[in-house]
Ligand binder design. Structure first.
Ligand SMILES: [Zn+2]
Length: 207
């Protein structure tokens, strides 16, 4: 599970507990404990922008810290009162922000199932990319995502990477068709089996 040595490859920055050294901290109150014995082996990739398609503003950080002004834009009526979070947010310029200690349970997945286990918030890491379903993502975001996933792979027994659209099919569409899974797989050098096309999805595989 070690990342492939590439020209941009550097030693992952150290962790302070579940806080990633390379991330700017923006602590969210929206989190809780993971179930005892949770095996944190899944990274869930999302996309978000507020208002949708508008990049670079403070609204996503405001949403995840319960400080968004619901009356500031008509779209915000649709999400009024939501208390959500992700562990990480990667902006278009590659800046990495961390909201929740990765040892703790963030609120990003909702009703979900992957690799035969439901309630993916219990045992996953949520990473939001600033973006929009169908839009592409920046090279700076892929670079930052690669470094973050490599760092997560050092601290946690990561075995799977999936999109919100994969763990909540029909309900969620992010990160969407503009996300290049092959690019992430190749930059990490992780096995194909870690990625959506090769993972048994939503049915319980015990049968
Ligand atoms: Zn999502």
């Amino acid at each position: 599970m070690k990342p492939e040595a590439g020209d941009r490859s550097v030693s992952p920055p150290p962790w302070e507990g579940g806080w990633f050294g390379a991330a700017r901290r923006c602590a969210s109150p929206n989190f809780g404990p993971r179930p005892e014995g949770a095996r944190i082996d899944l990274i869930v990739i999302h996309s978000i922008s507020l208002p949708p398609g508008v990049y670079g503003g403070p609204e996503v950080e405001q949403l995840f810290t319960n400080q968004l002004d619901w009356d500031a834009h008509p779209y915000f009526q649709q999400i009024r009162g939501m208390e959500v979070s992700a562990h990480f947010f990667i902006r278009r310029d590659g800046e990495l922000v961390q909201f929740v200690d990765a040892d703790a349970r963030a609120w990003h997945a909702g009703s979900s199932c992957w690799r035969g286990r439901s309630n993916c918030n219990d045992d996953s890491i949520g990473i939001e990319l600033e973006g929009l379903e169908g839009d592409s993502f920046t090279s700076a975001q892929y670079d930052g995502l690669t470094r973050l996933c490599a760092g997560l792979g050092v601290r946690y027994p990561i075995a799977y990477v999936a999109g919100h659209e994969h763990i909540a099919p029909g309900r969620k569409q992010d990160p969407g068709s503009g996300f290049d899974w092959t690019r992430l797989q190749q930059s990490l050098g992780w096995a194909h089996a870690c990625f959506p096309g090769d993972t048994p999805p939503n049915t319980n595989v015990a049968a």
